[in-house]
Design a protein around this ligand. Structure first.
Ligand code: CMP
Length: 148
């Protein structure tokens, strides 16, 4: 099933110069980039993005952290994109994530875990509008789409 999902390269991913490596992993898998931008989230936008975690003990730190530097937001499209992307990310806690996943290879904590990815179509709907206008998603066809 064709799906869309939102990926954020968080401040640690950006500062550690991992943006290209992260995009590469998804791109070679066969996911299509249909939206891409670098931005600085405001506190209000960060609280909206992470509203499902409001009230949890780590909420304030999470908002402070995601607003501590620019981030890169990407919309990927592809077959089962939501679960495919989350598998490539690895489990939330980098210290437990499997080697070969992004978090397993580059993170050793739950706070600085490099990347965020939508966990459902509902989350994607909630999240993408914080980062993108509808006309900033630009679907296209690859010449060799049949290979994927
Ligand atoms: P992310 O995928 O961005 O979604 C919510 C984030 O909250 C998650 O990655 C972690 O970085 C962070 N998080 C989740 N659980 C905890 C926790 N128990 N303590 C601290 N941070 C957490």
């Amino acid at each position: 099933m064709q799906e869309r999902t939102l990926v954020l390269v968080k401040p640690d991913g950006l500062k550690r110069r991992l943006v290209g490596e992260i995009i590469r992993r998804f791109e070679v898998k066969g996911l299509k980039i249909i939206g891409l931008k670098m931005l600085q989230l405001t506190k209000e936008e960060a609280e909206k993005h992470y509203s499902v975690h409001k009230g949890k003990p780590f909420f304030a730190d999470l908002v402070n952290y995601i607003t501590s530097s620019p981030i890169v937001a990407i919309i990927f499209e592809g077959n089962n994109a939501i679960s495919v992307v989350r598998t490539i990310c690895g489990t939330t806690d980098g210290s437990k994530a499997a080697p070969g996943t992004i978090r397993g290879d580059y993170s050793i904590s739950i706070e600085k875990n490099i990347i965020h990815a939508s966990d459902s179509t509902e989350s994607f709907q909630h999240e993408f509008s914080i980062f993108f206008k509808n006309n900033e998603m630009v679907p296209f066809q690859y010449g060799d789409e049949v290979l994927f």
